[in-house]
Design a protein around this ligand. Structure first.
Ligand code: GAL
Length: 351
């Protein structure tokens, strides 16, 4: 069988696998961009306010450069109208592919529609864009993130008693926040029904802001005094806000507190005992694999996406990456061994 026939068979097989990723929207790159020797990728970000997104940006850009592509980055500072404008200006720059980290997964369906009108494929990064025929999605197993956080608490029920829980969810605009909660509920619900866990206070932290999480924690302390055992915080930023309130109430270190992202401050809190766990998400893997996919999209090359995620319109071809729970007991074997955090930084303030 000669090569051309093999390639045709392969691309047919691949387009079947990738859910028609390429054939539907995307003719060859636009004429101007065709003149470009290096593909240009547009990266539209929700915010650069949190530690992890700075790492995502830098790791993604570095890998794309390694692959001979250029990246132009815009950050919308958690403003939906601004993020749609950002996407519009990246389209005007005739990028060959778009990578979007949506502030609001539903609001960015408009951005995907604008990109497709211009024949530009879109990769949704970490957070899902819903309600549109998105081309590709790469993220971590976000439901499992929530399950690991809740299982950590479920494994620490007080002997013979009921665990009294405060829950701090993420941004209601972020589809991930709902997936984390879904994972948490998968573990908690049976224990709540069995009367082993009671949720005494819960709320959503607007834009994942630590200060909003602190407000939620203060409201819980005002209502409950010290009569609670654990705080199920959905990421390290919100855990940090909650721990500030716990510190002011004099109970930091006495209350179980979960997190996510393995922020440096969170790793330090875990070895110091004010935070109890976090979930490490190997961002380097996410950012480099996303860059590989984005460059292939930009060059209209076949690609493999072995999973699919329903976004309310279609089953989006998806790449899902694994994660690991981190405590003071496996800090060295996980985030430090992976080079994500330096031992000297994590243990700098260790008591
Ligand atoms: C989520 C992301 C988390 C967390 C949060 C706040 O979408 O998956 O890692 O950082 O946003 O930015």
């Amino acid at each position: 069988m000669n090569l051309r026939i093999l390639l045709v068979v392969l691309s047919c097989a691949l387009s079947a696998v990738t859910g028609l990723v390429l054939s539907r929207h995307h003719a060859e790159p636009a004429r101007d961009s065709a003149a470009r020797t290096r593909p240009l990728i547009g990266l539209s970000m929700d915010t650069l306010k949190e530690e992890r997104w700075l790492a995502d940006r830098d790791l993604f850009t570095a890998r794309a450069k390694e692959l001979g592509a250029d990246v132009t980055v815009l950050s919308a500072n958690s403003d939906d109208a601004r993020q749609v404008n950002d996407v519009q200006s990246l389209i005007t720059q005739k990028v060959d592919a778009l990578v979007i980290i949506p502030h609001d997964g539903a609001a960015m369906a408009k951005g995907v529609a604008l990109a497709h009108e211009a024949g530009i494929p879109v990769l949704s990064y970490d957070r899902l864009i819903t309600g549109c025929d998105l081309d590709l999605y790469i993220t971590f197993d976000n439901v499992k993130v929530g399950e690991l956080q809740a299982r950590f608490i479920a494994d620490r029920l007080p002997a013979g008693g009921k665990l009294r829980l405060v829950r701090i969810y993420g941004a209601p605009t972020d589809n991930n926040a709902r997936l984390f909660k879904q994972g948490q509920d998968n573990i908690l619900q049976p224990l709540i029904s069995a009367g082993k866990i009671e949720v005494l206070h819960e709320d959503w932290a607007e834009d994942w802001r630590p200060e909003n999480a602190k407000k939620i924690m203060n409201a819980a302390i005002t209502k409950l005094g010290r009569e609670f055992d654990a705080v199920l915080a959905s990421n390290d930023g919100t855990a940090g806000g909650a721990i500030q309130a716990l510190t002011e109430a004099g109970v930091a270190g006495k209350i179980i507190v979960t997190g996510q992202d393995a922020d440096l401050a969170a790793c330090q809190r875990i070895v110091n005992g004010t935070q109890t766990m976090t979930v490490y998400k190997p961002i380097k893997l996410l950012a480099t694999q996303a860059a590989d996919l984005a460059v292939k999209l930009a060059k209209r090359r076949p690609l493999i996406a072995l999973s699919a995620t329903a976004n309310g319109s279609i089953d989006v071809p998806s790449v899902l990456l694994d994660i690991v729970a981190v405590t003071k007991d496996n800090m060295r074997e996980t985030v430090i061994k992976d080079g994500f955090r330096a031992e000297v930084d994590v243990y700098r303030e260790a008591r």
